[in-house]
Design a binder for this molecule. Structure first.
Ligand code: NDP
Ligand code: GDR
Length: 357
């Protein structure tokens, strides 16, 4: 049997770290691509890292960037992976309105560069390719819930770039017979979610408020709805997609939808507070029932030029074909994130106090 060897781009991100752990547990050798940064960006994977001189090491990091084709060709040639998971991306929808060209380069042309590298190196029959596609492709939704056959309607530079990534993956599969697949993943979160995505922003703010470090939480559109799952569950689906004899595209979701407002209410409940909403539109506030303090306010800055109002996935096909289903429900997800941030924020503040004294 060929030794299983995976290359993960975006290994320092939320999903990259979960996936690296999963593949190492399954006995893979794992190579991750990380970007050079002036400060440390490997916090999520530091515990996986062993000195590369140690004999038992199966986890290796390489510098690279999805905007650098020659770097990708060299890495794929040297590593000769059996599976490539392309998770690297400028992944923030709101930021993509600020950096549209860069987002197109990394998120749209990035997957093309990897696919071309595979073609140039003549490795099309030796390596399987996973593209991190997204529910954002559905954008202005044409059908509810969204499934593999639902038409796309991207609503941001991010989604438009990912649309190219999706179709170029399909095209290389059809044109050159690559084992290349898309996972159309709906939002998935967890304690290591980036701090500017709405779920983590909420749970960190609640910890800050509870610990007396922050007055309140400022949010944008409270009525946006998402199908939120746990990243730990979703990376299992990525792996299953590449284990199928035939490449294909799959919706990965929980099949349940909740609003940002509901997330806020449930997260505050976890620390024993009930939020009551007063006012409307940009003047709406979320008030703590007991103390009467307004803990949530609206800031127009967090609204997007074009919003995706609701996303709700139908994971039936993944259930039937991959045998995949989510294990963590919405309530458990919120609870785990609040608990984790209560500890993390307390630790950070203790560290800051110690350095200051
Ligand atoms: P993160 O933002 O947490 O991680 C993104 C990763 O990509 C980081 O490792 C980042 O490096 C790296 N990266 C960004 N730009 C480049 C580049 N130009 N070259 C190389 N690496 C780069 O995202 P997630 O882990 O949440 O998501 C993983 C993938 O799945 C992304 O492609 C995202 O768009 C997609 N996706 C995510 C969903 C979700 O809900 N989480 C849902 C659907 C799709 P650094 O650490 O240095 O910033
Ligand atoms: P999303 O995630 O855009 O769905 O993209 P995000 O958590 O940023 O937004 C979800 C919804 O919440 C609304 N919202 C806010 N969002 C942020 N970030 N900050 C706020 O203050 C705020 N207030 C309200 C947003 O308008 C939106 O409707 C994520 C990313 O992981 C993508 O990479 C991935 O492709 C999709 O999920 C599926």
């Amino acid at each position: 049997m060929t030794k299983r060897c995976a290359l993960i781009t975006g290994v320092t991100g939320q999903d990259g770290a979960y996936l690296a752990r999963l593949l190492l547990d399954k006995g893979y050798t794992v190579h991750g691509v990380k970007r050079r940064s002036s400060s440390f960006n490997t916090e999520r994977i530091d515990d996986l890292y062993l000195d590369p001189h140690e004999e038992q090491t199966r986890f290796f990091l390489h510098y690279g960037d999805l905007t650098d084709a020659t770097n990708l060709i060299r890495l794929i040639q040297e590593i000769a992976p059996t599976e490539i998971y392309n998770l690297a991306a400028q992944s923030h929808v709101a930021v993509s309105f600020e950096t549209p060209e860069y987002t197109a380069n990394s998120d749209g042309l990035g997957p093309l560069r990897i696919l071309e590298a595979i073609r140039i190196l003549g490795m099309g029959d030796k390596v399987r390719f996973y593209q991190a596609s997204t529910s954002e492709l559905y954008g202005k939704v044409q059908e509810k819930p969204q499934r593999e056959t639902t038409p796309f309607y991207p609503r941001s530079p991010y989604a438009a770039a990912k649309l190219y990534g999706y179709w170029i993956t399909v095209n290389y599969r059809e044109a050159y017979g690559f084992h290349a697949s898309n996972g159309i993943l709906f939002n998935h979160e967890g304690p290591t979610r980036g701090e500017t995505f709405v779920t983590r922003k909420i749970t960190r703010a609640i910890a800050g408020i509870e610990l007396g470090l922050q007055e309140r939480l400022y949010l944008g559109n409270l009525n946006a709805k998402r199908d939120w799952g746990h990243a730990r569950d979703f990376v299992e689906a990525m792996w299953l997609i590449l284990q199928q004899p035939e490449p294909d595209d799959y919706v990965i979701a929980t099949g349940e939808m909740h609003s940002v407002r509901e997330f806020v209410e449930l997260a505050f409940e976890k620390v024993g507070r009930r939020i009551k909403w007063q006012g409307s539109g940009k003047d709406e506030i979320g008030v703590d029932e007991k103390s009467g303090k307004d803990l949530v306010r609206i800031d127009q800055r967090y609204y997007r030029p074009t919003e995706v109002e609701e996303l709700w996935g139908d994971p039936s096909r993944a259930r039937q074909k991959l045998g995949w289903t989510h294990k963590t429900d919405f309530k458990q997800l919120v609870s785990e994130m609040v608990e984790s941030d209560m500890k993390a924020v307390a630790r950070e503040s203790w560290r800051k106090d110690r350095t200051a004294s």
